[in-house]
Design a protein around this ligand. Structure first.
Ligand code: URA
Length: 448
């Protein structure tokens, strides 16, 4: 029998670049979960992992131990394939809202456990809660029932899903160990693998408004996610998508629901529709419903255009306690800001840059996100962009509209300055090629 090493020995071993055994990693995770290892030793181990990384074997074991720190939902009684989508976080990223019902309408079940806004990026739960009455705190039993009956349900992380991640995330947040690829990948996957899915499409955002600013880092995160997913026997497809400018036109919780309804009616901004179709297509391929991405794209587009996706969304809203009239008259049902103010172009030209991060931070100042953990969200707050990258504008035309409730507040002045600085109009440019949001698709090795 090999002697068990003390926590301090394990920290030293990782610090010096040694691989830990599977048994050691599982024992550490058990101690993280039951609280028998103190914060200072967990923090030191996280910092050692931050600098030394984890081998593929260590990564798969570490993530699996995180999944097993809590409950794994058993959705095996649901006959349909179960596939989820996760985004690494963006600005104006409302894609889950039109995507989940569209995919369900095409025959693949979507059990989605979502998060709240983080930093300058928005969260699906906050957007859904902008719909009056909408509940994201359903029981696991009700969640399973709705995934079976409607093919889709969206809830928040429960205390029983990946509790080790909760402790690790809180420590990483305050110990400078957030930006570690193995730690981010295991954190994301611990929650997704606990959902009882067969496959996952990861929307890995890259660019100014994303946590991953550089393509090589985004590719490394995708590789880590696939290592963890495939070790667990799940099919994983990673779609790298461009996140320099906000997605679509609406940024802010209720405002993004308005744009969602447009997309579910077959309209909406080009890029919001493009991402919904591209990610949905990959989900249908993983779920075995589409032959390939082109077939999947045609099916999702049809579900958006013929009203089937909207019909599923209506049933979902109703089943989760929300007001389904949001599908017919979103402007009447959703909360509206007391004040709207327009930012106008100061010169003629082409919109050469829309800085997603600055607009995301402006949204937080307006109340669409949280400045502190305790902050309440203002569901009506946000920014609606009239300007799109590459669009022609004339002096005096609106570039953006701020939605808020407090004219004269310092925080609104901050937001105004950020939005004005985030939109660059260039008089010298006359033509601008439209860029696809999709940079590349990395499909896994496990065949559907
Ligand atoms: N999202 C997560 O769930 N975990 C991370 O570490 C980063 C983003």
């Amino acid at each position: 029998m090999t002697a068990t090493r003390l926590p301090a020995q394990l920290i030293r071993a990782k610090r010096d670049g040694e691989e830990l055994t599977d048994a050691e990693l599982r024992a550490v995770m058990a101690a993280i979960t039951d609280g028998s290892i103190p914060d200072y030793q967990v923090s030191a181990l996280l910092m050692a992992i931050f600098f030394r990384g984890l081998s593929d074997r260590e990564l798969a074991t570490w993530a699996d131990a995180m999944v097993r720190s809590g409950d794994v939902l058993d959705l095996s009684a649901i006959a349909r394939a179960k596939v989820d989508k996760h985004s690494t976080g963006g600005v104006g990223d409302k894609i889950s809202l039109p995507l989940a019902p569209a995919v369900a309408a095409c025959g693949v079940a979507v059990p989605m456990v979502s998060g709240r806004g983080l930093g300058h990026t928005g969260g699906t739960l906050d957007k859904l809660e902008a719909i009056p009455g909408f509940r994201v705190d359903l029981s696991v039993e009700r969640f399973t029932q709705l995934v079976d009956e409607l093919g889709v349900c969206l809830i928040g992380q429960t205390a029983r899903i990946a509790p080790a991640d909760k402790r690790l995330y809180a420590l990483r947040d305050v110990t400078g160990t957030i930006e570690s690829i193995p730690l981010i990948a295991s954190s994301i996957m611990s929650k997704k693998l606990a959902e009882g899915i067969d496959g996952l499409v990861l929307d890995c955002k890259v660019g100014r408004g994303a946590f991953m600013k550089k393509l090589p880092d985004a590719r490394a995160l995708c590789a880590a996610i696939r290592t963890i997913g495939e070790a667990a026997g799940k099919r994983v497809t990673c779609v790298l998508t461009q996140m320099d400018a906000p997605i679509g036109t609406h940024v802010g919780n209720a405002l993004e629901v308005v744009e969602t309804i447009e997309v579910l009616r077959g309209g909406g901004p080009d890029d919001t529709r493009e991402l919904t179709i591209a990610l949905g297509a990959e989900m249908l391929v993983l779920g075995g419903v589409a032959r390939d991405a082109a077939d999947g794209a045609a099916r999702i587009a049809a579900a958006l255009d013929d009203g089937r996706a909207l019909a599923v969304f209506r049933r979902l809203v109703e089943a989760q306690g929300g007001d389904p009239r949001v599908c017919d008259a979103p402007d009447e049902v959703l909360p509206r800001a007391r004040v709207t103010e327009v930012i106008a172009a100061e010169r003629d030209g082409v919109v050469a840059r829309l800085d997603a991060e600055a607009i995301g931070i402006a949204g937080v100042w307006l109340g669409a996100g949280r400045r502190t953990k305790e902050d309440a969200i203002d569901p009506a707050a946000g920014v609606v962009l009239a300007a799109r990258e590459g669009g022609l504008v004339r002096r005096g035309q609106p570039l953006a509209t701020l939605h808020h409730d407090e004219p004269g507040a310092d925080r609104v002045a901050q937001a105004r300055a950020l939005v004005a600085g985030a939109i660059s109009v260039d008089e010298r440019i006359t033509a601008w090629p439209r860029r696809s949001r999709v940079i590349e698709v990395l499909r896994g090795t496990l065949a559907p």
